[in-house]
Write a protein that binds this ligand. Structure first.
Ligand code: AKG
Ligand code: FE2
Length: 220
């Protein structure tokens, strides 16, 4: 956390003081989540089922052991990573994967981008176990970047502040509405391709198969 602060030109303890409660102080919002995804053996799913759909975490930094896919460098609001390049991050016992969350993105005036990630649903695979530690801002910490790009977000100090509402709304848009728009766009794109029909040169339609963007042929 100190490296992030140093890189941003902030006091070194900005994120450590901002996220780690001192002894005896009960204002931590950190979460350790133990996840169990059920086995998919013998079950059938459609193409758009995910163990965890594309999203960015709400926190400052998430640490987990891998086994997911990341889409680095995307902005939170936008095309929502649909059709973008996803990179697998393998689970390895000797590595911890750190994902930047939306709070750190805001705290850095958007210089550090929160990481889109998702977990594939692989058919006929056993259960998946994952352990993620979500490092979050303490309840009374004010989140504002060094260049004051956005108004400060107080946590419990002013829970109804407009900035907090605006930030939450933008996250909901990015994670829910943005996702829905992304799905619609992707369906539109694939439908546009699929509806291309070849003719036999005599006015008749012969082929109703079209190449989809993912390379698989679909025949109607
Ligand atoms: O299962 C995982 O490792 C990812 C879960 C996740 O992204 C989340 O809980 O925010
Ligand atoms: Fe996540």
């Amino acid at each position: 956390m100190e490296c992030f602060a140093e890189g941003l030109g902030l006091p070194l303890d900005t994120f450590t003081v901002g996220t780690v409660s001192p002894p005896g102080c009960d204002d931590s919002q950190d979460v350790l989540r133990l996840l169990h995804y059920h086995s998919t053996v013998g079950k059938r799913f459609g193409p758009n089922f995910w163990r965890a759909g594309a999203h960015a975490d709400f926190d400052v930094l998430t640490m987990r052991e891998g086994g997911l896919e990341v889409c680095p460098g995307r902005k939170v609001v936008g095309d929502f990573g649909m059709g973008a390049e996803w990179l697998p991050v393998e689970a390895r016992a000797d590595r911890i994967v750190c994902n930047i969350g939306d709070q750190l993105m805001r705290w850095s005036d958007d210089r550090l981008k929160s990481t889109y990630h998702r977990v594939r649903l692989t058919e006929n695979s056993g259960p998946r176990y994952s352990m993620a530690f979500f490092n979050q801002a303490r309840t009374d910490v004010v989140i504002q970047g060094p260049n004051k790009k956005y108004p400060p977000i107080p946590n419990s100090v002013m829970p109804d502040s407009a900035a907090r509402g605006e930030h939450t709304t933008s996250l909901i848009i990015a994670n829910v509405v943005g996702f829905a728009v992304g799905v619609i766009k992707s369906v539109e794109k694939s439908d546009a391709k699929v509806s291309v029909e070849k003719t036999d040169g005599k006015g008749g339609k012969t082929t109703k198969a079209a190449e989809r963007r993912d390379g698989r042929a679909r025949v109607r």
